[in-house]
Write a protein that binds this ligand. Structure first.
Ligand SMILES: Nc1ncnc2c1ncn2[C@@H]1O[C@H](COP(=O)(O)OP(=O)(O)OP(=O)(O)O)[C@@H](O)[C@H]1O
Ligand SMILES: [Mg+2]
Length: 434
């Protein structure tokens, strides 16, 4: 037990002394925000919310070798052509970076390049009136503050280095971009407080063996966080992909069972992607459920609803689900596309080849409305799809003549569509249950 003394109440009318009065102001003010600096890489600008905000700090994390240094060197080179941009590396020598710059075809850009790790030197070079507009630090884990005893990369060093950089950036009005290593679990290494300290956190991700790279904002004080930027890794560096749907559908084989095209939304942008399912008899007593690119809990739910409400039996079967192209989908709107791929794999009846599918599935087997349905339909029509299996709309807004919509209220209507007339291997006639 610890004794605590209560502060004596102030006598009436007397003010608390010590401390200066702070001035409260209104929300409208005179200080115009300085313009954002666009990097010239449209996909990067989109993810940051329209360009880099002066005085802000951006943290970018990603697996080893995913292309963080490549992306930032390309961005720095592009920024250097319109202002002053510095690239400070603690991981590679100046010659190594020059070599990369040549490969990326930006060797002639007036980038201020340095290889350094001591925060004292870096700050001394940045903390003056004509500091660069943008400073890239690759990576924060290699930087060290000499007043601390611990080794670079430790929690204390990472925090202290980041704090000093961010403070200088705010004072001098430059944007600081920090590269952060990720842990085995895929989160940015070092203290969680690092993510709180910066204004924007971006993740650069991609599947090994795929050339697509996706830049995703997970925190942004100056923009939306559900935006993605899509890149393709080539010999000459990262190339922007302006229309990801075309890329994700490029290898699609039409008229095969077990595949459905999902019309999804990533932030403000519609993205069409193929989802593939394989339902096969299992040799094991505990069947396998393998999911790539989606949530396995969500798959279990869709399968349970199919079994309980539509009489589709998958109990003794291995189920594999794959989102083609290495994209990771988080939207519940993919439920219906997953259900279509599963049922189609089971019955052998292909989903109509010119159809896109989207909709959320509820536990009682109802198909629920999802957001931005007109945008999804428009994108599907643009890419030559003529039909959509989707939730029933409450009001017939935004009529689209280019695409025929099949509106489903119940999941059993979908299984009926993909039924091969009762001869299916395991699917009983849909609609007599649930
Ligand atoms: N000559 C080349 N041709 C094609 N792709 C290349 C070439 N050299 C490198 N790459 C690609 O660039 C990637 C490395 O990019 P980069 O060094 O920017 O990654 P990083 O995220 O900075 O890695 P690290 O975490 O190690 O710093 C390689 O994995 C490879 O895909
Ligand atoms: Mg690197």
């Amino acid at each position: 037990m610890v004794e605590e003394t209560a502060e004596p109440a102030l006598p009436k009318g007397q003010k608390r002394s010590g401390g200066r009065q702070i001035d409260f102001v209104g929300l409208t003010g005179m200080s115009d925000p300085p313009p954002r600096r666009t990097t010239g890489i449209a996909e990067l600008d989109r993810v940051t919310g329209g360009g880099l905000v002066p005085g802000s700090a951006i943290l970018i994390g990603g697996d080893p070798g995913i292309g963080k240094s490549t992306l930032l060197l390309q961005a720095t080179a592009s920024l250097a052509r319109g202002g002053k941009a510095a690239y400070i590396s603690g991981e590679e020598s100046v010659d190594q970076i020059r070599l990369r710059a040549q490969r990326l075809n930006v060797g002639d850009a007036p980038v201020m390049l340095a290889s350094a790790t001591a925060m004292r030197d870096i700050l001394a070079s940045l903390d003056h009136a004509d500091a660069p507009d943008v400073v890239v630090i690759d990576s924060i884990q290699t930087m060290f503050v000499d007043s601390l005893d611990s080794a670079p990369g430790t929690v204390a060093q990472v925090r202290a280095s980041a704090q000093e950089l961010i403070r200088t950036a705010k004072r001098r009005g430059f944007t600081v971009v920090l590269v952060g290593h990720v842990t085995k679990e895929g989160t940015i290494a070092g203290p969680k407080v690092l993510e709180h300290m910066v204004d924007t956190v971006l993740y650069f991700e991609g599947e090994r063996g795929h050339q697509f790279r996706i830049l995703r904002a997970v925190k942004n004080r100056y923009g939306a966080t559900d935006e993605i930027g899509v890149f393709e890794m080539t010999d000459g560096g990262l190339v922007e992909v302006a229309n990801p749907s075309e890329l994700f559908l490029a290898d699609r084989r039409e008229d095969v069972s077990g595949a459905a095209v999902f019309a999804g939304m990533e932030g403000s942008r519609p993205v069409l992607v193929e989802v593939q399912a394989l339902v096969a008899p299992s040799p094991f007593s505990t069947p396998r459920r393998t999911v790539v690119g989606w949530d396995s809990g969500r798959l279990a739910m869709v399968m349970a609803v199919l079994e309980a409400r539509c009489g589709v039996e998958m109990a003794g079967a291995d189920v594999f689900l794959n989102v083609a192209g290495g994209l990771k989908i988080a939207e519940p709107a993919m439920d219906l596309a997953v259900a279509a791929a599963l049922v189609s794999s089971l019955t052998g009846v292909p989903v109509p080849k010119d159809a896109v599918v989207f909709g959320e599935i509820g536990l009682s087997g109802e198909v629920r409305v999802v957001s931005q349905m007109d945008t999804r339909l428009k994108e599907a029509a643009k890419l030559g799809f003529g039909r959509a299996l989707m939730p029933a709309r409450r009001k017939k807004a935004g009529k689209n003549d280019d695409i025929v919509t099949t509106e489903l209220a119940q999941l059993s209507e979908l299984t009926l569509l993909l039924d091969d007339g009762g001869h299916a291997r395991r699917i009983p006639r849909a609609g007599n249950r649930g």
